[in-house]
Design a protein around this ligand. Sequence first.
Ligand SMILES: *Cc1c(COP(=O)(O)O)cnc(C)c1O
Length: 405
Amino acid sequence: MARPGFEREQRIQFELEDCSFETLALRAGQHRSDEGEHSDPIYPTSSYVFSSAREAAARFGGEEEGNIYSRFTNPTVRAFEQRIAALEGGERAVATSSGMAAILSVGLSLLKCGDHVVCSRSVFGSTVALFQKYLSRAGIETTFVDPTDLAAWRAALRDNTRLLFLETPSNPLSELTDVRAVADIAHQHGALLAVDNCFCTPVLQQPLSQGADLVVHSATKYLDGQGRCIGGAVVGRKAEMEEIFGFIRTGGACLSPFNAWVFLKGLETLPIRMRAHCENAQTMAEWLQQQPGIERVHYAGLASHPQHQLAKRQQSGFGGVLSFEVSGGQEAAWRFIDATEMVSITGNLGDVKTTITHPYTTTHGRMTEEDKAVAGIKQNLIRLSVGLESLDDLKTDMQRGLAAL
Ligand SMILES: *Cc1c(COP(=O)(O)O)cnc(C)c1O
């Protein structure tokens, strides 16, 4: 006899609602074709065929559900959307061609000319540029605020404020924003709160459960985790997600089925990877703090971090990214970076391989001197996205950097 539900729905053979997070990461949205494959199939098709002209007309007319064209829907992309929605605890997700496309879709589908945004000033560089340079052309104005200062969030509100946007913890200084408190500020004003959950992933923090209305992801980082593909997602309630879906299917920033498949594979190991990243980063942060030549380590897992208590309340782990200031200026930071041999010098993060970055001259290089000073991006600052190499090998490599200071 077949297992219950097997013939009815080859896709999901059990009730997912009862499953724990780890199981959802492996099985939510799981899709199985008639071939009975165990790994998720990839559907590399641009369009779909219909059994009759009548069926085609019904699909196009929206009277019948089903696939039409992969800019609209694709089974592999849908599986990724269902899995990330389950992990974030959202009603629905829409996958996008990149993390930036996810943020753009929030801006262009939920805002209109004359609306106002309040945004943390410590968000991803392209996010700042998107709001400041491009959404402003559509008549959407943005005020940037200190993300840790709740009074600043409140003071920046205007009658036409429709969206609050933040990233926590921030890159590269690990500043936190109290999601619950900012969600309350947004809702009292009739605005929405969107949180970029790229650094924590749903393993360490679920912003929707803390009052946020939307979560955006760069799947390029930890969701893939192995530096292979660019992609993103937005997760939220059905009403807002319907608007975002409409924008993506029309605007065209959809996710490729191959990338969706890679992200499905990435999500399978996300819980176990995130825990390993946290463990390695914690040990590295504590160790670096004790080394001569290191002036300051920024990591919310350190008791010395000014928001350590908030991090313990809001997150179930402190994440894999830390930054530190070396004694000296930019030359010292560059000497440190160049003396390492194993870690990769790159702007990317969230990879199983450790990456090292000089934010002042790369990821944050386009900011003005003034903005860098306000944001605390100093010339002697180095960011480390701690990977899963052995701690002994990582310490040996950091020791090469320290010796060069
Ligand atoms: C990388 C990143 C993005 C942009 O994602 P892409 O996939 O590169 O478009 C957005 N937010 C954060 C926090 C990021 O690190």
